[in-house]
Ligand binder design. Structure first.
Ligand code: ATP
Length: 137
């Protein structure tokens, strides 16, 4: 059996995921990071994006929103993020509506703050929709 590492994904509201896993692939600001058991300690800031989790030889996925950090020690990965959802928790219609709203805002810019917020909202919505797609494929 492959050696495992404990993964905890935590938001201010709840523990979204807590399992022993074979590998975690996270999108950090510096690029994708693949974490296996006995990884050297590190802390990384995460982008809005999909967290890929390998367990029992198959991948599952979580949608991770902004403000995320990952802390790695040889036995444990902890991810703290503003929001994180399993595919089954994602409301597709809500994500599609958020995507369209953000695209409309980006198409008729008003000021920089609006642009930045709309860009982040678009990334969250696209990540949520892609998380569902990935889980199906
Ligand atoms: P919206 O504009 O639809 O609120 P958002 O990206 O601004 O989307 P967030 O601020 O990232 O929303 O999240 C607020 C809360 O709603 C969090 O608890 C998050 O997990 C949840 N959430 C947001 N979008 C969805 C969705 N499509 N399906 C399920 N939960 C969602």
């Amino acid at each position: 059996m492959a050696s495992t590492i404990k993964l905890d994904v935590v938001t201010p509201e709840r523990v979204v995921y807590s399992q022993d896993v074979e590998m975690v692939i996270a999108r950090s600001l510096d690029g994708d990071l693949g974490i296996l058991a006995n990884h050297a300690p590190l802390i990384a800031a995460l982008k809005i994006g999909i967290l890929r989790i390998k367990k029992d030889n198959r991948f599952s996925h979580l949608a991770i929103s902004g403000g995320g950090f990952m802390e790695v020690s040889p036995e444990k990965v902890t991810i703290l993020a503003d929001t994180a959802e399993r595919p089954g928790e994602i409301d597709v219609e809500r994500a599609k509506a958020a995507k369209e709203r953000a695209e409309r805002r980006l198409a008729s810019p008003r000021d920089d703050v609006d642009q930045f917020r709309a860009e982040a909202a678009l990334q969250r919505a696209v990540t949520r929709l892609e998380t569902i797609e990935k889980e199906r494929s």
